[in-house]
Write a protein that binds this ligand. Structure first.
Ligand code: ARG
Length: 566
């Protein structure tokens, strides 16, 4: 599609002696459309041209030559140049785009770049909690969007399958395994064993010693210990897959901490060579005082590896294996310090700059659950599968009330219920804490997944009645404000996807989809689509079709499926 901003930048460049590249980045999209579609803030040039913004604006205005077919009007308003793009041209650009391309907004700007996304990463023998859900939803959306922009993406499920707690689990299983049926309700049963053995360890030093011994054996490849560990891992994975089957999650690697652990000695060696590795009360650390951080723990007093050093080993491994340009870690903000320490320490590993600069922690806020029936006996841990199923049931109830005749009600309820949870997770700035509120999340008229789906279904039912003819769309029927508002949003779709990847912020796309749905609702409420005039009808049907296509493409990128009817 024609880049209006670039055209404007070029025309400005012809009036001043400056580089058009810079000019491009100065051009803004005004908040209020009264001020045009694009605005150029002349104060940006004041210093360099040694003139006031007003004078610069007037001078540019005098000299500027614009193609009327691209920009139909320019105004000078207090040091700004406001540009109004040609409405018919905008509409035509979009009509062309939709008739030529099926995958709207898709691009190849990421070609040749490798992105790895470390996300979801639940812990073996422990519940998949709501933080892991959020990581999964955010990671998956980013995966889809990067991929759509042509990047080569790898999703890494860095399972928490290693650590001294497995020595304890093995001991607990040895002692009481026969009392449990861990195949039946794996996570709860394993949690039970874990809590029990932990308590026993506190009472009995000998048991603790046995646990340590088990862990050592596990590390040395003792067959009994390894078999048990494998069993815990497999049973946990089966449970996790139930959740991934519901909400999605795309993983190219399931190599967890246990896979990385044997690569730790290489890190220790490199850190030793750097001369920065210090002994401190029997442990090994890297001082980060000059960076205003507590030290990064590299090796515990008992010689075992730490979470941090395994992350360092994973960085080495991923640099080698994936040659990444960006390496993203999607976790809650509780791990901000951990990643700061790890990334700082990683500078000592002698890696190429590129791999250090590519490291990026993508933190997100907490989900605050309503108290009551959803919490399990611990009071804080919620069984995710139950939560997701509850959402489906609630959606089903709403559908039952609204549209009892609907076919495939269960299938639709699934898409709506899950879509609601995913959208809810992605609809606000990720760093914000989020209150989980059933009514808000499933409100068909609110800022929700179901609202996006509902608007999409509405467009779809119109298209089903009329069919769409992309060949004969007469843009003169798309010049009114309601239509233009939608077209401007559609025009911006690709840009929105790029912004998501710039900030690793899927909510930019979620908010955008809400804007599109709202703009369409405004249009729909004040304009008839199916009118007698064939040409007008066809233009409006096109607008409806394009809206539906954007909503569906965008929602799918977020990991949300669209029902055909609801
Ligand atoms: N398993 C960890 C947890 O549940 C998250 C792992 C994050 N990824 C990483 N490379 N440290 O808290």
């Amino acid at each position: 599609m024609l880049d209006f901003k670039k055209e404007i930048a070029k025309s400005i460049a012809n009036t001043v002696e400056l580089d058009s590249c810079d000019l491009y980045s100065f051009i803004e999209v005004p908040k209020d459309s009264e001020n045009g579609d694009y605005a150029f803030p002349c104060f940006k040039l004041a210093k360099e041209l040694k003139k006031s913004p007003m004078i610069i604006a007037n001078e540019i205005m005098e000299k500027i030559e614009l193609d009327n077919e691209i920009v139909e009007k320019v105004e000078v308003v207090s040091g700004y140049l406001n540009f109004f793009i040609n409405k018919a041209r905008l509409a035509q650009e979009i009509v062309n785009e939709f008739s030529e391309n099926d995958e709207i907004g898709k691009s190849d700007i990421g070609n040749g770049k490798n992105i790895v996304i470390d996300y979801s990463h639940p812990n073996i023998a422990k519940p998949f909690h709501i933080g892991h859900l959020r990581s999964t939803v955010i990671g998956q959306a980013l995966y889809n969007i990067y991929e759509y922009l042509g990047y080569n993406v790898k999703g890494l499920n860095y399972l928490g399958d290693y650590g001294t707690q497995f020595g304890k689990m093995i001991e607990g299983y040895k002692l009481w395994g026969s009392e449990y049926d861990i195949e039946k309700d794996p996570i709860n049963q394993m949690m039970d064993i874990y809590v029990r053995i932990n308590n026993l360890c506190k009472e009995d030093e000998n048991v603790l010693e046995a646990c340590r011994d088990n862990f050592k054996k596990l590390e040395d490849g003792d067959s009994y210990c390894v078999e048990l560990w494998k069993k815990f891992r497999e049973l946990s994975l089966n449970e996790f897959h139930k959740i991934y089957n519901i909400i999605g999650g795309r993983f190219d690697s399931w190599d967890g901490e246990a896979y990385i652990a044997p690569k730790v000695p290489e890190v220790i060696e490199l850190l030793n060579k750097s001369g920065k590795l210090k002994e401190s009360e029997g442990a090994k650390i890297i001082e980060l005082e000059d960076k205003n951080m507590p030290p990064c723990m590299i090796e515990k007093t008992n010689g075992s590896s730490t979470y941090a050093v395994r992350d360092l080993a994973a960085i080495l491994y991923r640099a080698k294996t994936y040659d990444y340009d960006k390496s993203l870690y999607i976790t809650s903000y509780e791990q901000v310090l951990h990643f700061k320490q790890v990334f700082e320490t990683a500078k000592l590993l002698g890696l190429d700059e590129k791999y250090i600069n590519g490291l990026e922690h993508v933190p997100f806020g907490m989900i605050l659950l309503p108290t009551g029936k959803m919490s399990t006996r611990e009071g804080t841990v919620v069984k995710l599968e139950d939560l997701l199923n509850e959402s489906i049931q609630r959606a089903q109830k709403i559908i039952e009330e609204k549209n009892p005749e609907l076919e495939n009600k269960e299938e639709v309820a699934r898409k709506v219920g899950i879509g609601a949870v995913i959208f809810n997770d992605l609809s606000n700035n990720r760093i914000k804490d989020e209150i989980f509120d059933w009514n808000a999340l499933l409100n068909f008229q609110g800022e929700t997944g179901p609202y996006i789906q509902y608007t999409y279904v509405r467009t779809k039912s119109i298209i089903e009645k009329t069919g769409v003819n992309l060949k004969n769309v007469f843009v003169e029927f798309l010049l009114d404000n309601d239509s233009q508002n939608i077209l401007k949003l559609i025009y911006n779709f690709r840009n929105i996807l790029i912004q998501v990847t710039d900030k690793n912020e899927p909510s930019i796309l979620s908010r955008y989809l809400l804007d599109v749905a709202k703009a369409y609702s405004v249009f729909y409420n004040s304009n008839k689509v199916i009118v007698d005039d064939e040409n007008m009808k066809n233009a409006r049907v096109f607008l409806t079709y394009a809206t539906g296509k954007i909503l569906k493409t965008g929602a799918n990128l977020l990991g949300i499926q669209m029902p055909d009817k609801m």
